[in-house]
Ligand binder design. Structure first.
Ligand code: ADP
Length: 527
């Protein structure tokens, strides 16, 4: 047990805890800001790079930065939870990228231990959007997956995301992280979610964690209206919960389906990953022809798409070479592992698909092979909305206000990538107000919060006095609590926490425009 001071005055305790919270807030801000630049720039570079290997390395910078961010979030939450509580946001989001990001964060570490990490994503949930807190959901799943990887030495780790029940308004979705690791002794199960609680003896010698992850995870799940269930034995553990998520019907889309009669061949030794691939393909409506090995029949009757595991290609080099030469472009995918040096040299006639094998990649390969039915069958309303949004983007002027030149480059780069070309900038609040006062036409503002001379909230208030109807999105590295302390209701239409991805920036713009114009474009409005 740690030595505790015998008598500490309440005032001093409160003072110290406030000081500690301030230190944590400062550290959080100081880490988040450069992390924002690293992640933003890596995301921009990713699309510029031609080489596949370089792209995968950049992807890993992004994934490692995201993992660092999650660790930071959990530590900060734990330090603040007693004083300020935790917060859950409600914004529209797509479930698949959140689950894929979490899987990508840990797949390589799992693989390096010989453990395969698989995302079992219910195909009925593809293309659907919900209202909830994607950042918190990512934090929860990454805590659970991080532990699964830490405490598993062989076998498989599975992340399950499955539809349980649905109404026209909401869906009950089951989430589970399952591992074949060392398990948690019965006597620890009850208290393992308490702060700083860790299994001692049985897990001696393992990498030390903070003992905070499950504590915060359980609290976050409770805030989302559910409960974390833990089951464990010497054969492994399962952490699960079910969330009721309201459907974001403004962007309703049907789940993707393959063209009727699509035949896909999978050639691989039996494994969880191989079974999962077949389940995913069947979920998309494919007929699946499975073999453990290549044979000459496979060369005579080519299906619409073929997946071959790299171990098969290595074991049967001649048949593999013949298949490669005979199969048309975009119709052959080699399932690869980044850590296995035996992966054959990648050649143009086929696609190299590196683990983790995620649903969005599968959809992309099916799309390139011309196998997706009805142009991914997005609903008519959704298509109309997309056309409107594209037009809106081309005609819009976005004003970016930030004192950090790197952040301005990152933000403008992300906006460029999203299709916005008319971008203006200012480096502090005073300059921003002057720009608006000069009568310049602006459709939307991104405003950093912490700036010298005049901060973002004050600048937003000044700008609203001149133009009450310009949407303003705040961009900040501050925590929710600090945002609440410094800003007034209505300063910003929406606040984004740094680091914000291009996708989050796009979602924020769409949300703000929807709220402001209720699906009338600025051009249409002007007419
Ligand atoms: P940390 O992992 O940082 O120690 P957590 O709160 O996430 O903190 O986990 C607390 C403890 O619960 C871990 O130290 C470990 O003893 C146990 N634990 C959590 N997840 C697993 C798991 N998947 N398998 C075995 N033990 C686990």
């Amino acid at each position: 047990m740690k030595n505790q001071p015998q008598q500490v005055s309440v005032t001093r305790e409160l003072g110290e805890s406030k000081a500690a919270v301030n230190v944590i807030a400062t550290i959080s801000h100081e880490i988040r800001t450069p992390l924002h630049a690293i992640m933003g720039l890596a995301e921009l570079v990713k699309d510029e790079i031609i080489s596949d290997t370089a792209k995968r390395h950049i992807e890993k910078i992004l994934v490692a930065s995201e993992a660092l961010l999650q660790t930071l979030n959990t530590s900060i939450d734990a330090a603040r939870v007693d004083r300020e509580g935790l917060y859950i946001d409600q914004s529209p989001f797509d479930l698949l990228p959140v689950m894929e990001n979490a899987s990508k964060m840990f797949a390589l570490n799992a693989e390096s231990k010989g453990v395969s990490l698989n995302l079992h994503f219910d195909p009925r949930l593809l293309n659907s959007r919900y209202l909830g807190d994607p950042a918190r959901l990512l934090q929860i799943i990454s805590n659970l997956l991080g532990n699964a990887v830490k405490f598993t030495e062989a076998g498989d780790i599975s992340l399950w995301v499955a539809l349980r029940r649905e109404t026209s308004r909401e869906r009950q979705i089951y989430f589970a992280v399952e591992d074949s690791g060392i398990g948690i002794p019965k006597e620890y199960l009850e208290r393992i979610t308490q702060q700083y609680s860790q299994v001692q003896s049985a897990q001696a010698g393992r990498p030390k964690g903070s003992g905070l992850g499950l504590f915060i995870t359980k609290k976050l799940i409770a805030l989302m209206g559910s409960d974390l269930k833990i089951e464990s034995s010497a054969r492994g553990s399962r952490f699960s919960f079910t969330l009721s998520l309201p459907i974001d019907s403004s962007q309703a889309a049907d789940p993707p389906q393959l063209v009727s009669g699509t035949l896909v061949r999978v050639i691989s030794k039996p494994s969880v990953a191989c079974e999962l691939l077949q389940t995913q393909l069947k979920g998309l409506g494919a007929h699946v022809d499975y073999s453990e090995k290549l044979n000459v029949e496979h060369l005579r009757h080519l299906p619409d798409l073929t997946f071959v595991d790299f171990e098969v290609a290595i074991d049967q080099p001649e048949l593999w070479q013949s298949l490669r030469v005979q199969t048309p472009e975009h119709k052959l995918v080699l399932l690869c592992s980044e850590l296995d040096t035996r992966v054959p040299t990648l050649q143009a006639q086929y696609i190299g698909w590196f683990a983790p094998h995620l649903p969005s990649d599968l959809l992309q390969y099916c799309g390139s092979a011309g196998l997706l039915a009805g142009n991914n069958s997005r609903s008519h309303t959704f298509e109309q909305e997309r056309v409107r949004t594209r037009r809106r983007k081309q005609s819009m002027c976005i004003f970016c206000v930030d004192d950090s030149p790197t952040n301005l480059i990152v933000l403008k780069g992300a906006l460029n990538k999203l299709g916005f070309s008319d971008l203006q900038q200012a480096v502090n609040g005073v300059k921003a107000v002057e720009y608006v006062q000069a009568g310049n036409e602006i459709d939307l503002i991104f405003m950093d919060f912490n700036m010298p001379v005049m901060n973002g909230a004050v600048a937003a208030r000044e700008i609203r006095k001149i133009h009450s109807d310009i949407p303003i999105i705040g961009l900040t590295a501050l925590s929710d609590q600090e945002i609440g302390e410094h800003m007034q209701e209505g300063d910003f239409d929406l606040v984004l926490t740094k680091p914000a991805s291009a996708q989050q920036i796009d979602d924020a713009i769409n949300q703000v425009l929807r709220n402001r114009y209720s699906s009338v474009t600025p051009t249409e409005q002007a007419q």
